[in-house]
Every structure is written in C-alpha cells, then in structure tokens.
Ligand binder design. Structure first.
Ligand SMILES: [Zn+2]
Ligand SMILES: [Zn+2]
Length: 311
C-alpha cells in the first residue's frame, strides 16, 4: 500500500521531494528525511511481444482519479491521466497512484535534479531572449507558473534484420562531340543489388504525453533513460505525475517508423555506389523489449497556452 501523502515526523506537516538534497523535506519546519538511496533493480526491459499479445486484457483506458486529502480532508478530482498533483485546497502534495486501474504503470523514473529556483532563473533568462513574447508574459510571477511534472515515456529496444532488393548506380563519364569540339558527360550504370542489414536499437524514446510540444520532445536527446531509478512515491511528492496518453501499441508503431529511417539509410550504405534505388525492404524484429519511465520537466503550461519549457 503506497501512501497518499508523506507527513513530517516533527510537526506533522506534509513533505515534498527536494532535488537539491534528494530528500523529503518538510514544507513547514524544514525537517529532512534521510537522503534517498535510489534503487534501479526494477528498471528492466520488459518483453514487448508478450505484453502486446495480452494487451487486450489490459486496462489502458484514460483515467480520472479522485483522492481525499489526508491533510485537510478536501475531496480532489484530478484532471484526466493525472496521477499526482497538489491538493486544490491546502496545496499538500497528493498522489492517487494507488487508485490507478492501469495495468502498465511506470517501472522507473528519472528524479528531478534541478531545483525549482535554478529552473526559474534559467527559465527567466530564456524568456527574456524570446522576442516574440509580449512583455506582459515575461513579467509573470514564475514562482506560481513553473511546476515540476513527471511525464511518461516509452522506451524500446530491439534488433532488426532487413532483407532488401534494389539497385546500385555508379557514375561514369563519356566524351561527346559538340559543334565546338567535345565535352564530358556524366552517366550512371545501374546494377541489381540485394542483401541484408542488421541493426541494434537501444532506448528509442516515444513520449507518451499529449501535453508536450513534439519539437521540444525531439530536442531532449536520448541520455535520460540510463538515469532511471525504480518508481518510488517519495520522489513523486511535490510534483505532478501524468500517466500515458499514447498507448503502447501506437508507441511501438512510432518506434518502428523511427527505426525504418535508420534501416533505409543503412541499406543505402550497404548498397554503396554513387546512387541507390530501394525496391523492397522486409524487416523482422527480434529481442523486443520496452520500458515505461517517468521523465522530469519544469513546465510552464500557464504562460504558453499548453507549451512547455523543459530541462
Ligand atoms: Zn515539519
Ligand atoms: Zn488538502
């Protein structure tokens, strides 16, 4: 049974996770629990085919979770696919993870590493550099508008084996006669080419949140999954947690189309020559596995009408 809130052993007020010290810290008296030693033994790749086969029995429905605040007693109805957020009435950190009916829950998370004040100052500097924003937006009170959100992402590992049929084009040059003498003309000799390429994919990221700007997602880079630790309630306290909007099956299709781009350029490299034509590529996937992870974002949803700024 996971706890809905964490209370301070000294004064009883609610506690939140502090990225600076990686401890739960009391909002009222400043008491800090022992430093978190994060485990990462549950952050394993899970068998994708097995899950995809059984996914129809799984509950992947969007959820609207409710929880009553142990601190003030207030009834909180969270927005759809929000698992943790602050109490509407007393602002205590609340999680409703224990009420989720979803079968696939995050195995791991990448803990917040940048404290809010640092995030704020970086964000302020960035805001000033955005010429297209009205001055009013730049002067907003950031303490209220910037919030820490854990957003879900799928990661995929697999090996691809592709058989291709195409043509290889090699340039050659001929001398042709013209009225004024001769000139050199480039021609291409095409020959049939076929073969196979094998690629290993590690941690293809597919973001599972619809609340995030796709361009920002792409700029994040692929280093995050390696920093993941086991999902734990303490690290969530004081932040929002979203559950996935993009389902596993759809995410896998996206991962395959990402892989396809790399496979095709690998096929071109394998064909060689100056130009390549690809007629068919047949790809089989093996060693398929996936993870569901939470990744930290400092989000400024209120300022940009749904656009988020990330660290
Ligand atoms: Zn306290
Ligand atoms: Zn409350």
């Amino acid at each position: 049974m996971t706890e809905i809130t964490k209370n301070c052993p000294c004064c009883g007020a609610t506690m939140a996770f502090d990225p600076k010290t990686t401890t739960l810290t009391c909002n009222a008296c400043g008491f800090q629990c022992n430093q978190q030693e994060f485990d990462s033994q549950n952050v394993n790749e899970l068998d994708l085919l097995h899950t995809l086969k059984e996914i129809e029995q799984y509950n992947e429905d969007d959820e609207s979770l409710s929880v009553s605040c142990p601190n003030c007693g207030g009834q909180n109805d969270f927005p759809v696919n929000i698992v943790a957020t602050a109490c509407t009435y007393c602002k205590s950190p609340l999680t409703a993870a224990q009420n989720s009916k979803r079968t696939l829950r995050p195995q791991g998370l990448v803990p917040f590493a940048i404290p809010k004040d640092k995030a704020q100052s970086t964000f302020k500097t960035w805001l000033k550099s955005q010429w297209f924003l009205p001055n009013k937006a730049k002067k907003l009170n950031l303490r209220d508008s910037l919030k820490g959100v854990y957003r879900p992402t799928w990661t995929f590992d697999f090996t691809s084996q592709s058989f291709y049929v195409g043509e290889r084009g090699d340039y050659y040059y001929v001398t042709v006669k013209t009225k004024n003498g001769t000139r050199t003309e480039r021609k291409t000799r095409w020959r049939g080419a076929s073969g196979s390429v094998r690629l290993d994919f590690d941690d293809i990221l597919v973001y599972a949140s619809n609340r995030l700007d796709r361009k920002l997602q792409e700029s994040l880079g692929g280093f995050m999954p390696k920093q993941a630790v086991d999902y734990n309630n303490d690290a969530i306290m004081g932040f929002d947690e979203e559950s996935y909007d993009v389902k596993l099956t759809d995410a896998f299709e996206e991962a395959k189309s990402f892989a396809d781009d790399r496979i095709r350029s690998e096929v071109r490299r394998d064909i060689g020559g100056d130009e390549q034509r690809i007629f068919t590529v047949n790809t089989a996937y093996s060693d398929l596995s996936y993870k569901l992870l939470l990744i930290p974002f400092w989000s400024s949803t209120y300022i940009f009408k749904g656009k988020s700024y990330t660290y």
